[in-house]
Design a protein around this ligand. Structure first.
Ligand code: PRP
Ligand code: URA
Length: 209
């Protein structure tokens, strides 16, 4: 089973509280998502492998460490995942970025795919899928299935708020995928919105409602 990591860092908890507040405007919401993504990037890269290298400092030769292993790709789930890209990239600037467009049909709640564009070498990369919300888990699971169909071997999923139902669904569909969440909330409501959640992440990020 993939592990569930809830980030307990006080800065993450504080910023998620601000994000939840319905009085937080679009501009601040966007800034907070970016800052949170940076903090989450720090956590999700904690286990990256290192190799030893030798470099010359102005004082002496030094045996020191740099990141080794596979290159990374970041995959935001459109739309709301886009808000997490810049923050993540600021800590992993060499990562390539693939995009998956999926929206949740309001009637069936099933994910509907409308866009898919990956770097050519996606199968050779470790992939971090990002989306602020994991609600029923349908969107995240469908996106990860698409990536696996392209022979991607190693996927991590990063969200800001997760519902227990979404965690269970992602674990069921993709037991190999680790989930990193800024908060794990109580439940879904009758419209499959996360309670207490933050409302519609895409609308709040882009000011569409
Ligand atoms: C939101 C969110 C996730 C999805 C989560 O996107 O950003 O992608 O819902 O719900 P699920 O876990 O039940 O699938 P939405 O469908 O509202 O599209 P948008 O980002 O374009 O607004
Ligand atoms: N999508 C969102 O943006 N918010 C939720 O609470 C559930 C799905």
């Amino acid at each position: 089973m993939g592990k569930l990591v809830e980030i307990k860092h006080p800065l993450v908890k504080h910023k998620i509280s601000l994000l939840r507040d319905k009085k937080t405007n679009t501009r601040d919401f966007r800034d907070l998502v970016k800052e949170l993504s940076m903090l989450m990037a720090y956590e999700v890269t904690k286990d990256l492998p290192l190799k030893e290298v030798e470099i010359e400092t102005p004082v002496a030769m030094a045996k020191t460490q740099v990141i080794s292993g596979k290159s990374l790709a970041l995959v935001p789930i459109l739309r709301a995942g886009l808000g997490m890209v810049d923050g993540m990239l600021s800590l992993m600037p060499s990562a390539k970025v693939g995009h998956i467009g999926v929206y949740r049909d309001p009637e069936t709640l099933k994910p509907v795919k409308y866009y898919y564009k990956m770097p050519d070498d996606i199968a050779e990369r470790d992939v971090i899928v990002v989306d602020p919300m994991l609600a029923t888990g349908g969107s995240a699971s469908a996106c990860i299935t698409l990536l696996k169909e392209q022979n991607v071997q190693n996927v991590k999923f990063v969200c800001l708020i997760a519902a227990p139902e979404g965690i269970a669904e992602l674990n069921r569909c993709h037991p190999d995928v680790d989930i990193f969440a800024g908060a794990v909330d109580e439940k879904l409501n009758d419209h499959a919105y996360i309670v207490p959640g933050l409302g519609d992440a895409g609308d709040r990020l882009f000011g569409t409602k």
